[in-house]
Ligand binder design. Structure first.
Ligand code: G3H
Ligand code: ZN
Length: 292
């Protein structure tokens, strides 16, 4: 079922677990995440980047996610979120289309300008009852890249994050605390910084760059109160590695369904694994009779 993100986060905070925000790129990845949510009995956030919106179109992706949430994930909560919207227009398009949450990522701007743009998004979004995620300290890396070590991962300053949250009124906060977009050997989570941010801001924290992070670090971060964990690269990798393998093994296949069905299952398996790690698996009560 499609719900507002605030309903998912209220439950996760009560239960002391984190919820995955999974990047989708096509119908197959939406189906994979929804099937994972059903199989794991877990809430899920389905998120799209501006790139994914450009690829699929805002109306198709909004309708695909809401109809899959309604008809496939009927008894598990799914929320739709914009990931890394860089401009007011990009965010506004999603607010108008019925997203319950948007990320304005103006972390590429100087802090004062980041605060001012984010604040104007908050004013508009809140009039429509939409949650806003802000970001301090830019995330680096390449989505989906798997390449050894990444140099100079930026780290946000605690005082900047605290000031940003206070002055913008965002509902959730993302800050660079040691992870990167993609899968790299040297990704880390600065637990002390995370603890201080949580203690001083008291709003839900979003960990970006979740793919490739050591599971023990993820568990420690959840203990310190990480609320949402973004997973993008793991989904791309599950989809494309499976597709390449199936195509190589079946060069004469002409039915797209036979080539694409295994990708749905691959995304589902990757997402279930994350839901189990985040502690969100098994949190939704689904009566056996409800499923038939
Ligand atoms: O915004 C998306 C995420 O931060 C994804 O990061 O590709 O490392 O999982 P990831
Ligand atoms: Zn991100």
């Amino acid at each position: 079922m499609l719900v507002h993100i605030k309903d998912i986060i209220r439950e996760s905070q009560e239960g002391g677990y984190a919820v995955g925000a999974f990047n989708v790129h096509n119908l197959e990845s939406v189906l994979g995440v929804a099937q994972a949510a059903v199989r794991a009995k877990s809430p899920a956030i389905i998120q799209v980047s501006s790139g994914a919106i450009k690829y699929m179109g805002i109306k198709p992706i909004t309708h695909i996610v809401s109809t899959v949430a309604k008809n496939i994930a009927t008894f598990v909560p799914i929320a739709l979120h914009l990931d890394h919207g860089k401009t007011f227009d990009a965010v506004f398009e999603c607010i108008k289309s019925g997203f319950s949450s948007v990320h304005i990522d103006a972390s590429y701007l100087p802090l004062d300008e980041n605060i001012s743009l984010t604040k104007s998004v908050v004013e508009t979004a809140h009039r429509q009852g939409v949650w806003v995620q802000g970001e301090v300290g830019s995330m680096i890396g390449g989505h989906g890249k798997i390449s050894g070590e990444i140099k100079n991962i930026p780290i946000a300053k605690l005082e900047d994050v605290v000031r940003f949250v206070k002055e913008t009124g965002v509902d959730t906060i993302a800050a660079a605390i040691g992870t990167a977009h993609g899968v790299y050997d040297n990704e880390d989570i600065l637990i002390d910084l995370l603890r201080d941010i949580k203690r001083k801001t008291k709003i839900p924290f979003v960990l970006h760059g979740g793919s490739g992070v050591n599971p023990d670090k993820i568990r420690a971060a959840i203990k310190e109160g990480v609320d949402i964990i973004n997973i993008g690269s793991d989904i791309k990798i599950a989809f494309t590695s499976t597709l390449k393998k199936i195509c190589a093994e079946n060069p004469d296949e002409t039915d797209p369904r036979n080539l694409l069905s295994p990708t749905i299952k691959a995304v589902e398996d990757a997402v279930v694994k994350q839901m189990e790690l985040f502690g969100s698996a098994g949190r939704v009560n689904i009566d056996e009779n409800m499923q038939t």
